[in-house]
Design a protein around this ligand. Structure first.
Ligand code: PLP
Length: 386
């Protein structure tokens, strides 16, 4: 691409060129493990699909482009991407992480990497002083997820980045919920952007892929070494599907945001609902930060039905008909989940309740259906509580 494109064009053209062989507009699915060589080391740029594959390469360039980065890396899952970041560290190193984060990230930190000598501190990052209190000579990485999953807290990326730079600490931001349509962490000073591309980037609930994007060449080289040496790469078919998904990211996100706002306001006004967590409300404690660093507020919402128990929350999600009860988020179809028994079940009850993930909390990923159908569905499911 010669010209610097705007975001809504980068999703379609960023880093993409017609295929060299026949001019195919979509990169072909190079479903091959290996590539012929004329003589040892004399090949056309690819030798083995773990080290590099043309379809994955096209995806990695698209990822770098939409996140305003220089280098993209695609992994077999979001967790594989996080795993690669943690492998930059050594035993004894310390990490400060958001306390309200995806349960699987917490499990990877606590149950795998703590045994390899890494030490994790989980803090509420809405108050930056909680991060400074934990910084010492061994702190190597700050791990931010914003908006947080599932409490929808918003963390000030620019402020955390300033603190990280002053202390020479790497800053990684899990941008899964916001996507680069809403927020661009590298522009706000982050060193690494991570995605569960399984979610909004893919957008159709038909793949599991992870992504990292960075600007620094040396960091990119170290991550590429880990990607190739550990081997959890994204396959050609998933690379193709994700590229296809990214092309409509901006139009999908626009509708996710519109529907998200309608559903958040509907729930807020509903007599059977006690509390709604959505960063677009002016009353949201971090609304001013969301306004500053996000261009809109997204389609993720959590809420608590009035006076509800664990069983009541389970009943509500079971009764939904248009929302599908399922793990995951970010697809065109609306999904509902019960974090205490699903996405966050791997976090001990006392620990998850400290950050607000109570038994009655319900999480919605608002899709791009007609918002009236979604409201009617919530209305009928909530009626089971009266
Ligand atoms: N980060 C966030 C915010 C997530 O929601 C998820 C999955 O739900 C992950 C990371 C892990 O990604 P994956 O399921 O693609 O491994």
């Amino acid at each position: 691409m010669k010209k610097t494109l705007r975001f809504n064009s980068k999703t379609i053209h960023g880093g993409q060129e017609p295929d060299k062989a026949y001019g195919a507009v979509m990169p072909p699915i190079y479903q091959t493990s290996t590539f012929a060589q004329k003589s040892p080391g004399d090949h056309k740029g690819f030798e083995y699909s773990r080290s590099g594959n043309p379809t994955r390469h096209a995806l990695e360039k698209s990822l770098a482009s939409i996140e305003n980065g220089s280098f993209g890396l695609a992994f077999a899952s979001g967790l594989a991407a996080i795993d690669a970041v943690l492998k930059l560290l050594k035993p004894g190193d310390e990490i400060i992480s958001t306390n309200d984060l995806y349960g699987g990230s917490y499990r990877l930190f606590k149950k795998i990497f703590e045994d390899f000598g890494l030490r994790f501190h989980f803090v509420g990052m809405q108050d930056i002083s909680h991060i400074s209190e934990k910084i010492n000579g061994k702190t190597r990485l700050i791990w931010v997820e914003t908006p947080t999953n599932p409490m929808m807290n918003v963390i000030d990326i620019a402020a955390v980045s300033k603190l990280a730079k002053e202390n020479n600490i790497l800053l990684a931001v899990d941008n899964t919920f916001a996507t680069p349509y809403l927020q661009q962490p590298l522009d706000l000073g982050a060193d690494i952007v991570m995605h569960s591309a399984t979610k909004y980037l893919g957008g159709h609930s038909d793949l599991v892929v992870g992504a990292l994007v960075v600007r620094d060449k040396e960091l990119a080289d170290r991550l590429y070494f880990i990607q190739n040496a550990s081997g959890a790469v994204c396959g050609p078919m998933d690379s193709y599907l994700l590229l296809r998904g990214i092309k409509t990211l901006h139009v999908r996100m626009q509708r996710h945001c519109e529907n998200g706002e309608q559903i958040a306001r509907f729930l807020q006004a509903h007599p059977a609902v006690e509390k709604v967590f959505w960063p677009g409300f002016e009353s949201h404690p971090n609304h001013h930060i969301a306004r500053k660093q996000m261009s809109d507020f997204g389609g993720m919402i959590s809420f608590v039905p009035k006076g509800a128990t664990y069983e009541d929350a389970v009943k509500v999600v079971e009764e939904l008909k248009v929302f599908t009860l399922a793990e995951s988020l970010g697809g065109v179809e609306s999904l509902a989940g019960h974090p205490a028994s699903m996405t966050h079940a791997s976090i001990p009850k006392a620990e998850r309740e400290k950050s607000g993930v109570t038994d009655a909390l319900i999480r919605l990923s608002v899709g791009i259906e007609d918002a009236e159908d979604l409201k009617e569905d919530l209305e009928q499911a909530l009626s089971y509580l009266s």
